[in-house]
Each structure stands twice: as C-alpha cells, then as structure tokens.
Design a protein around this ligand. Structure first.
Ligand code: GLC
Ligand code: CA
Length: 547
C-alpha cells in the first residue's frame, strides 16, 4: 500500500564521491568540511537524498571500498564530529543521508582480518572464508574482477576468498557472529540518524556452502548489469545465491525496527528475475536496487520507450524502479553523448519524469566530462591490475578499466583547480571552460544545471511525478517519446523528441504548459517539437491526445 512514510519511493538520490567533491584544507583531497561548505548549493539544486561513497577508516587502496573500521571516520576526510555535524546540517535542510555500506568484505588491514590471518585457531578465523587447497585453489570460482577469487596464504597453507580484489577478503555470513557484528554496525549509524544504506556488491554476500565448481559459459565480458556470466563461467555458486535473497529480507526487517524507516538500496546485478528476488516477492526485501540499463542507452525514442514498458511490466507498483545514468565505476553519460548538452537535457527529463527514483552522480548536473588518464597511470586498483591494456582498447571493447576517469574533481568555478582545492588535486582537474562550471551554469538559465534544477522542482511540485502511474502513449511519430503520469485527477504528459527533425503533434484538448525546453512550443491546436526538445504538459481535460 502507498503510504506517506514511504518517502524513499518518492525521493531522488544524489551521489557524492567524497574524494572529489570539495577540499577544505588544501591537501588536494575532498573532505567532510568541504561538503558542509557546499550543502547550501546542493540544496539550491534541489537534492533530496544524498548518498556518500565511503568515508570510513580505510587504507584507501580501493578509495574507501576497503574498510579498516566501520565506525571511524578516515582522518583524510575529517572527524566523527564533522560527520555528526554533516548529518545534522543535511537534516536541517530537509534532506536525507544515505551511507555506503560495504558488508561483503573488509580491507585486509582490518584488525578482524589481521587476527583471522594470524592462525587457523584464532577466534576470528571464521569471520572470513578460509579453505585448504591441494597445491591449487579449492575450486574454480572467478571473482568479479576476472581472476581466481582464492588467495593463498603461505603461513597457514590455506586460501582465503575475495569476490573482488585480493585486499578485500569476503566476510563469512555463514558465521552468525559476522551477521550480528554487521547488524551492530548498521545500528551504530542508524542511531546517528542515518536514513538508509547503499549496499555494496550485495549480490556477493553468500557463497555456496559446499563450494561447488561453477559451470562453464561461453561469455567472457561482463556488463554493468550482468556479472553473473562472465570470464567463461556462470557464477552460480559465488553470486546471487538464494541465501543472499533471504538475507536482503533480514536486513530490511532489522532496519525497519527504526522509527524513521530507513531504506536500503542494493548494488546487485543479474537478470530481472534476480533483481526481483533481492526486492522480495512481496516487496519485503531491499527497498530499491540499482537498475543499470539506462547506463548503456541508445539515443532513440524506442530505447526509452522499451525501458519504460519493461519496468512497468516487471516492476509495477508496489515496486519502484530506479533510473541510473552513471556512478563512480562507470563511464560518464555526457561522454557517451559526445558532450552534447542538448541531448543531456532530454535524457535528464526522461530520468526525472519516469516512475521511479532517479539517481544522479555528482557532476552530471553540469555535464562534467571524463578524464583520459591511461590505465598505466591509473590510481584505481582495477587500472593497476590492467595497466598494460591501452586505453583505446578497453574503450573499444566497452570495458571500463580506469575508474579514475569518472572520479575527477567537481568543477565549481573558474578559479584555480575549479574551486575544488587550493592545493594539488589528488586527481587532475583537467582542462575546462567557464561554461562547464557550477558558478557559470547557475547564471545561465538555459544551462544543464538549470535543467536539473527544474526537474527537481517539478518532481517536488507534482505528486503525479512522484507517485503517479505511468503509461506510454503512442504517437505516430517514431522519434517522439510520449508518456503519461497520472495521480488521482491530475494528468501530465511528457514529450521528448529524440530525432533530428521538427515534429508537430495535433492537440485536441485543453492543456497547460508546465515546462518546455529546446525550443518547443505549445500552439493553439498543436505542439511544435524541434529536434532534441521536450515539453511537459498538464492535461486539463481527460482523454487528451488518446483516441
Ligand atoms: C562496488 C563499488 C566499487 C568497489 C567494489 C568493491 O562495485 O561500487 O567502487 O570497487 O564494489 O567494493
Ligand atoms: Ca582535504
């Protein structure tokens, strides 16, 4: 049932990568105080929920996704005091806070792992997955980064398992103490008032209890939304186990005890059926999962139409789809558009007006472009692992290797280092124009930043966008996507012209213009939609364009 407390169904999420958002002390690394200084601006844009990539204590080998203490703040980002203040200030501005929670693994520098590694009889040994192998790994499991997940430890002559990189040993959720300890970590943050968690590689939590070999497959390359068949194997026994689906429900039950009803969004991958299993058949699992299909969009009306139809068929209410254009692991969408901000405006209008939760990665609102740092020079551990693969080749096969390129600093203004730092930036700021910065785009009412701002506002203003039903409307123009959002008596229509010709569509009913961009016009009896323009209308008489 729809209910007022289910705020997470109606929200939008803005991801901040703390390393690159705003530095406050000149060490070239973004930090919590820096974020605090930018909160008013984030609010001005219209952000509702902020998700922070990890800022816990970490050696930083995977830039925070390798945690050494879940309840401490890494000194490079500030102190616990800064963090408490950040949470408070976010709430004061009526926004919500989501923390990244890496439950699957810790850093190999975490005291639990150091103890675990010290001896087979150490009480922490069973916190991780250890197994004997006779001169070779215990089975054929390939990790998500394409090599054996088993890591040999000479001292104890056993292997430990990691489904990501070797320095990220997987916790053993078959040990009830691990579960209990990690629930304790969630509690620590929930008591501080955190509104939810983004669960890192949640599809990897459980591994097969009897360690059966994975079956072989013909597929080599993974895609953002499918890791379960890659590197010539079907990851039947090390990803997406039924135990992980039921664990999703356990975590949901646990956090639901809190009055403020925190929510969970899972990073999982696989078929639609797999995603649904994480959400629970009665929508009693994770509240949301990232849906990465929009990341590899084709820029034509048919692609977007099919995506809407699919989501309405497979994830109808009470499920809530998510619309993701990028994150700290993926190529930025603006580069896929050849930098064309007019096209970006269409994409964003689609993302925000569809039924579901739009997820925005910092910098998308200004069309922040990628870097061209070679794999050889990469700081990203994935780049280091593949340092001899030339950049053009990884681009050609469509595999994103050097994630540094999508993590470059935010472009605030045209001062030194784009206002990100007055020291030496940890990753290069790169070349940019004044028009690429937040400061300049705020001044220009036709900028991409202002398009985002309008989209946030329209969501806030119209219940029909936040929780209305969605129906695709057939126009007889192939290049134009039209869909309806409806809540009670309110009906909105969204028109987007993805083609390169001006289109005119007849209008037989009374309408009010809510928003127009790209030169579209509402005429007496028709709509005028130039190439790459769009429009949002309120239908003041029902039936509208439909026969
Ligand atoms: C997730 C994160 C990624 C990280 C990995 C291991 O995919 O998004 O950045 O490297 O998990 O934690
Ligand atoms: Ca800093």
């Amino acid at each position: 049932m729809e209910n007022k407390t289910e705020w997470w169904k109606q929200t939008s999420i803005y991801q901040i990568y703390p390393w690159s958002f705003q530095d406050s002390n000149g060490d070239g690394i973004g930090d919590l105080k820096g974020i605090l200084n930018r909160l008013d601006e984030i609010q001005e844009l219209g952000v509702e929920t902020i998700w922070f990539s990890p800022f816990y204590l970490s050696p930083g080998e995977d830039f925070g996704y390798d945690i050494a203490d879940y309840t401490k703040i890494d000194p490079r980002f500030g102190t616990m005091e800064d963090c408490d203040r950040l949470i408070k200030e976010i709430h004061k501005r009526k926004m919500k806070v989501v923390l990244d929670m890496v439950m699957n693994h810790t850093s190999d520098k975490h005291p639990w792992f150091l103890e675990s590694k010290s001896s087979p009889s150490n009480p922490k040994r069973k916190f991780y997955i250890w197994k004997k192998g006779s001169k070779k790994p215990p089975n054929n499991w390939i990790s998500m980064v394409g090599k054996s997940g088993w890591n040999y430890d000479r001292a104890t002559d056993e292997y430990y398992y990691s489904n990501f990189l070797s320095f990220q040993p997987d916790l053993n959720y078959r040990n009830p103490k691990v579960k209990q300890t990690m629930f304790g970590v969630l509690d620590f943050w929930l008591k501080k008032g955190v509104d939810g968690f983004r669960l890192d590689i949640f599809n990897s939590i459980y591994k097969d209890e009897s360690f059966r070999d994975n079956p072989l497959s013909l597929r080599f390359f993974p895609t953002p939304d499918n890791h379960d068949e890659a590197f010539f194997q079907k990851k039947q026994y090390n990803l997406n186990l039924p135990e992980s689906f039921s664990f999703a429900k356990d975590v949901r039950k646990h956090v639901s005890k809190y009055k403020h009803k925190p929510f969970l969004i899972g990073e999982v991958s696989g078929s639609d059926q797999v995603l649904k299993s994480f959400l629970g058949e009665n929508a009693d699992g994770l509240n949301l999962v990232f849906q990465f299909e929009l990341i590899h969009f084709q820029f034509n009306a048919k692609f977007f139409k099919n995506l809407l139809l699919k989501n309405e068929t497979i994830f109808p209410k009470p499920f809530t789809p998510t619309y993701v254009l990028g994150n700290h692991d993926q190529r930025r969408y603006i580069d896929r558009l050849g930098g064309d901000k007019r096209k970006a405006k269409l994409l964003v209008c689609f993302q925000f007006m569809a039924r579901g939760v739009p997820i925005i990665y910092y910098g998308e609102e200004i069309g922040r472009k990628e870097g061209r740092i070679s794999n050889f020079k990469g700081k990203d551990p994935i780049a280091k692992m593949n340092r001899f693969v030339p950049l053009f080749l990884s681009n050609l096969i469509g595999i994103y290797i050097n994630r540094d390129n999508c993590r470059l600093p935010m472009l605030w203004d045209d001062s030194k280092n784009a206002g990100f730092t007055n020291g030496t930036s940890w990753l290069p700021v790169g070349t940019f124009q004044k028009e690429d910065t937040v400061a300049q785009q705020k001044r220009d009412k036709d900028s991409l930043w202002n398009q985002y701002r309008s989209m946030f506002q329209i969501r806030k203003e119209w219940q029909a966008v936040r929780e209305g039903s969605l129906e695709v409307i057939e126009t007889n123009v192939m290049d134009v996507l039209c869909f309806e959002r409806k809540y009670k008596e309110t009906i909105l229509h969204v028109y987007l012209n993805f083609g390169n010709q001006l289109q005119k569509l007849p209008l037989t009913n009374k309408t009010n213009l809510i928003y127009a961009f790209g030169g579209s016009k509402l005429r007496e009896s028709f709509l005028e939609l130039p190439s790459l323009s769009g429009m949002i209308l309120r239908m003041t008489e029902s039936k509208s364009l439909r026969k």
